[in-house]
Design a protein around this ligand. Sequence first.
Ligand code: SF4
Length: 61
Amino acid sequence: MKVKVDAELCVGCGLCVNTCPEVFEMKEDKAIVIKENVPSEKEDDCRQSKDECPVEAIIIE
Ligand code: SF4
């Protein structure tokens, strides 16, 4: 599973970082992906982050 953050959409709320800090990190006022290839044990957390994102900026492939 791969994940991306659309920096144009991200409003920097930090929810994804709270839910899945192994994959997301705040850089200045945006979330970035630090592990594009999501470890299998983090896939559920990553999907939860996608569901929680208020602006649907998280893209899972
Ligand atoms: S949850 Fe969405 S809007 Fe909030 S920091 Fe993460 S990607 Fe950005």
